[in-house]
Design a binder for this molecule. Sequence first.
Ligand code: HEC
Length: 140
Amino acid sequence: MSRMLKSLVGVSLLTCILGTAAMAQDVSFGQRIFQDKGDCKFCHGANGDGRGDPRSPGAGANFHQTALKREQIIEVITCGRPGTEMPHFDKYAYDDDTPCYGMKEKDVGKDKPPEPHSTSLTKREIEAAADYILATFVGK
Ligand code: HEC
């Protein structure tokens, strides 16, 4: 093999290894959000099957059977689900500048999803939690 070819292979191998490491890191970041910081497991169960803590309001979604795409999962975490116990994790959800499902505070009214019992999350944390759900539970 020519030296140039060798170094090309070397570079792409390295890119590949680094890429995988970056993804793995994101999933473990998402795992911490899901299991600890956001305490999603309280309602959804540590295994994402919807069997949460008996003290939780119950009826948390089972992610193994979800039909939602990545963007929709991110939207539900950001905005919660109106009229259910699924909290909105974006602190600014339903504000005038950041409506959810086309609704502002006054439109969603008493159906506004609750605040999280844990803490609000940043956009990056919400995306990482969604990627963890996709990598770990969906379709498995
Ligand atoms: C207080 C309980 C509770 C907590 C905490 C909670 N959820 Fe939920 N979640 C629910 C409930 C209940 C539903 C189902 C709502 C419905 O009936 O449509 C749901 C639905 C969802 C859905 C939609 C799934 C689908 O297939 O429709 C996603 C995604 C989701 N939750 C992600 C999360 C993530 C991520 C966290 C943590 C950051 C979290 N949830 C924390 C109760 C909770």
